[in-house]
Design a protein around this ligand. Structure first.
Ligand SMILES: *[C@@H]1O[C@H](CO)[C@@H](O)[C@H](O)[C@H]1NC(C)=O
Ligand SMILES: *[C@@H]1O[C@H](CO)[C@@H](O)[C@H](O)[C@H]1NC(C)=O
Ligand SMILES: *[C@@H]1O[C@H](CO)[C@@H](O)[C@H](O)[C@H]1NC(C)=O
Ligand SMILES: *[C@@H]1O[C@H](CO)[C@@H](O)[C@H](O)[C@H]1NC(C)=O
Ligand SMILES: *[C@@H]1O[C@H](CO)[C@@H](O)[C@H](O)[C@H]1NC(C)=O
Ligand SMILES: *[C@@H]1O[C@H](CO)[C@@H](O)[C@H](O)[C@H]1NC(C)=O
Ligand SMILES: *[C@@H]1O[C@H](CO)[C@@H](O)[C@H](O)[C@H]1NC(C)=O
Ligand SMILES: *[C@@H]1O[C@H](CO)[C@@H](O)[C@H](O)[C@H]1NC(C)=O
Ligand SMILES: *[C@@H]1O[C@H](CO)[C@@H](O)[C@H](O)[C@H]1NC(C)=O
Length: 774
């Protein structure tokens, strides 16, 4: 090359470099622009979030060079290629209490590949800026409250992982798939409001797709026929319909996980499922599948969990399934199986969870051999038509943790042998026709957390031995005919459940949202009592499963507080429900030692004597002693139970002065002192008690209510327009009539209140006497 040539080449090179750097400057591609954008982001977030802030608020704090270097900031990652300048490639500000809209200048971070804004409360729609982040590989916006349609993301052709789960996105699902999705591996849009069909070829172009989660949307139409090449496909809780076709199961089906539950699929389930040789979990529950359970399932040796509940499969269980040595979870609930339990179920020695609830079985518990299954942990036979006596043939070395026999017609006595089932954590025999008394041997069940015997016809006394059940936190003996005293020893139940919880934490089973938990939870958590009622509203299949897990591991469900303290903690807390029996005698003073209990329901019994002041030492949320014969003063100490929400003292014979201390119960929202004809005193016109309805104080003639409660009707016109009305002549007459009427009601209540009281509190037990004598 000549010098001239070299010169001109150099000149060209220089010009070229200038041009390039000019372009770079224009588009602002450098770490320092990245830094500027991050500082814009920080101030944007700080403007939107004045109080709680995540670690982004620490960015650029401090005077050293290192604290000014963006690659050192919390949640920021940078590229570190040798020689070239580092650039910001990742932002992770999940779980950082961020509210407001999504920041609108992410696209100025031209090397951004990873963006994680999950678990915040970001709202609004996704604007076009995010769609210009061409290099994004991972985008996680899950667990926010974002809404609108997703058109703007369809240009992101480099995406490998897209997680939009648990938001409020809507629109047609096919419009939210990236137009070019060659690189997409994970797509999770579960728990949104997506609509439309998936049976087109929209996902076919996503050739690398392995995980597709469409659960909990509003998808309609038929199933996408390409799903069998994925590893993980779930579309549960949608409105899909039609048949699952045999052609959908290609020879090289690679599914590990297939969840089609809670849709409207019909017809037979194709035997070609056996081509999915690596399938681990198959969930077909809550559909309308009919015909045989495919025998070919028996060749999928990897299968661990099979959910067939809530369908219309015919009753033959193929023997081939016995080959599945890893099968631990078998759900055959709600298929309207009749007659005896299938004979071969007793041969599934590998099974740990056997769910047969909600069928129409009438027998075969013993002949099928299911009680001898060596590995069984949970056996659910509830909601069938078994009418025999309870079976005693359960092996005493049984591993059984949960024995659920509720809602049948089992009769006779509870076998004392049940006390030998030493691993039992829940024994649910409620809603049957059981008679006789509660066997004292149940006191040997030291791991028992739930003892549910409600709504039977059990008689006799509560055995003091139950006090040895140191894990027992949820005791429901309501609606029986138990009599005698509440044994002193009963106050020792649930005093140390920790060993049971600890062992559950060690052995928590890896099984996805199951079956039957909700039915059990709804029996085990009383719906009509706050604070359980708020939990109730959240009960879905998945939340039941997670509630169940939480309870079993000793995690609390709601806030409780120690008496006298307003510090609320989320702590495990139990209940004692003895209502609707014929228990008599006094409530033991030791009840104050029951520190793990927050609901005490003793209503409709014959308890007498004073309410022990020690009750004020319990961390109670609900106390219901209505319809008993309790007398004497209401203990002032009840005013210490700071977190009390419900207090029902109605239909008793409390006397003396109404304790002013109850005014301290600022959380109280259900209160009833009605029909205690000897109670006297004054309800203060300010504080919590004054906010309650007049119906809290019916039939208490000596109790003085604040004026506004008595004159409620006369007051209301004033309240409506906010200023007092001058009484007209008509209003005067009305007030006069109202006073007369109130007086008449008052007289009537004094007379009638007592008769009503004695009639109702004696009702249940009088029934028993009749039954016994008759
Ligand atoms: C985005 O950031 C760049 C670089 O700091 C800046 O020039 C631009 O004005 C910003 N755009 C918006 C809309 O804030
Ligand atoms: C998205 O974030 C959530 C919560 O931070 C996390 O559990 C989930 O695994 C992430 N998704 C992906 C696909 O990584
Ligand atoms: C999708 O997201 C939900 C909720 O965040 C999560 O529970 C589920 O495991 C995810 N699915 C996949 C396949 O990762
Ligand atoms: C599955 O087999 C079909 C042909 O039968 C083939 O086209 C496809 O690439 C295979 N898929 C995988 C994931 O191996
Ligand atoms: C199953 O079919 C019945 C009528 O045959 C219908 O009432 C029911 O809703 C269907 N169940 C599901 C889950 O689609
Ligand atoms: C439980 O027993 C009570 C009292 O006998 C009765 O009122 C109630 O209806 C029963 N509940 C059910 C579901 O049978
Ligand atoms: C208290 O128990 C009685 C009898 O079971 C019931 O009728 C009443 O509704 C309960 N009170 C409250 C406030 O829940
Ligand atoms: C109810 O209490 C009053 C006042 O203490 C007492 O005189 C009366 O005998 C009691 N009634 C019953 C039935 O116990
Ligand atoms: C208190 O109990 C009585 C009798 O059961 C009932 O009529 C009244 O409505 C109850 N009051 C409240 C506030 O629930």
């Amino acid at each position: 090359m000549s010098d001239e040539e070299t010169d001109s080449w150099s000149a060209a090179l220089i010009i070229f470099l200038i041009l390039i750097s000019g372009v770079l400057l224009v588009s602002g591609d450098s770490l320092s622009t990245d830094r500027d954008v991050l500082l814009q982001l920080k101030s944007f977030l700080e403007d939107n979030n004045k109080v709680n802030r995540g670690r982004y608020s620490e960015w650029n704090i401090g005077s050293s060079n290192t604290s000014a270097y963006p690659c050192n900031w919390a949640g920021i990652t940078c590229s570190h290629t040798n020689g070239t300048e580092a650039r910001v490639t990742g932002i992770k500000i999940s779980d950082s209490y961020i509210a407001g809209e999504i920041f609108g200048n992410f696209s100025s971070l031209t090397e951004l590949t990873h963006l994680d804004l999950s678990r915040n409360t970001l709202g609004g729609v996704i604007h076009s800026d995010l769609g210009r982040c061409q290099n994004l590989v991972h985008l996680n916006l899950s667990h926010n409250i974002l809404s609108g349609e997703l058109m703007n993301l369809t240009g992101l052709s480099n995406l490998e992982k897209l997680d939009l789960s648990v938001n409020r996105f809507s629109g047609e699902v096919r419009m939210s798939i990236p137009v070019s999705c060659d690189n997409l591996i994970v797509m999770n849009i579960s728990a949104n409001n997506f609509t439309g069909t998936i049976n087109g070829s929209f996902f076919d172009g996503c050739s690398k797709l392995q995980y597709l989660d469409l659960n909990l949307n509003k998808l309609t139409g038929e199933l996408w026929n390409g799903f069998a090449r994925l590893l993980d496909f779930s579309v549960s809780e949608n409105q899909l319909s039609g048949h699952v076709l045999s052609s959908m199961f290609i020879d090289n089906c690679s599914l590990h996980f297939l969840d089609l539950s809670e849709n409207g699929f019909v017809g037979e389930f194709p035997r070609e499922i056996s081509k999915c040789r690596n399938l681990v979990i198959l969930n077909l529950s809550d559909n309308n599948f009919t015909g045989q359970i495919p025998a070919e399932l028996g060749s999928i040796l990897s299968l661990e969990a099979l959910y067939l509940g809530s369908n219309k499969f015919s009753r033959k269980i193929p023997d081939s399934l016995l080959n599945l040595t890893k099968l631990t979870f078998l759900d055959l609930s709600k298929n309207n199986f009749q007659g005896n339990i299938q004979e071969n179920l007793g041969k599934f020695i590998q099974v740990k969870f056997l769910l047969l609830h909600g069928n129409s079985f009438t027998g075969g518990i013993i002949s099928s051999g299911i009680l001898k299954l060596p590995n069984i942990l949970r056996l659910d036979l509830s909601q069938n038509y078994f009418s025999s006596p309870l079976p005693v043939e359960i092996s005493p070395v049984s591993s059984l943790n949960f024995l659920i026999l509720a809602y049948n017609q089992f009769s006779g006595a509870i076998p004392p042998e049940f006390g030998n089932l030493s691993s039992l954590q829940a024994l649910d025999l409620s809603f049957n026709n059981l008679t006789g008394s509660i066997p004292p041997t149940l006191g040997k069940l030291s791991s028992l957390l739930w003892l549910m015997l409600a709504n039977n016809s059990l008689t006799g006394e509560i055995p003091p031995e139950l006090g040895n059940c140191t894990s027992l936190l949820w005791l429901n003996l309501a609606n029986n005919q138990l009599s005698g005293k509440i044994p002193l020893e009963l106050t020792k139940i649930g005093s140390n459940p920790t060993p049971t919880f600890e062992s559950n934490k060690r052995e928590s089973e890896r099984i996805i949202a199951g079956s039957g938990e909700c039915l059990a939870m709804k029996r085990w958590i009383p719906a009509d009592f706050t604070p359980f009622s708020f939990v109730y509203a959240l009960l879905t299949r998945k939340s039941c499963r997670s509630l169940w897990d939480r309870l079993l591991q000793g995690n609390g469900l709601f806030q409780i507080c120690a008496p006298g303290s307003s510090v609320q903690t989320l702590q495990i807390s139990g209940y004692v429900q003895l209502s609707g029996n014929c228990l008599s005698g006094e409530i033991p003073e030791d009840i104050g030692k029951m520190q793990n209990f927050s609901m005490l329901h003793l209503g409709i019994n014959e308890l007498y004597g004073k309410l022990p002041p020690q009750i004020g030492q319990m961390p109670l949320v609900v106390l219901n002693v209505s319809r008993n014969k309790l007398s004497g003063e209401i203990p002032t100490k009840i005013g210490d139970i700071t977190c009390l929400l419900t207090l029902d003292l109605s239909f008793n014979n409390f006397s003396g002065t109404f304790p002013a201390s109850l005014g301290k119960l600022t959380n109280l929202n259900k209160f009833n002192i009605s029909y205690n004809p000897f109670i006297s005193g004054t309800i203060p016109s300010t504080g919590q008690l004054a906010t309650l309805e007049k119906e809290s104080y019916l039939g208490d003639p000596f109790l003085q209510l604040p004026d506004f409660m008595n004159n409620h009707t006369a007051m209301s016109p004033e309240r409506k327009d906010g200023r007092p009305k001058r009484p007209t002549k008509l209003a005067g007459i009305l007030v006069f009539l109202a006073i007369i009427l109130a007086f008449l009601i008052y007289i009537w209540m004094i007379g009638c209140g007592q008769t009503a009281r004695w009639n109702s509190s004696g009702g249940a037990c009088r029934g028993v006497l009749l039954r016994i004598s008759g």
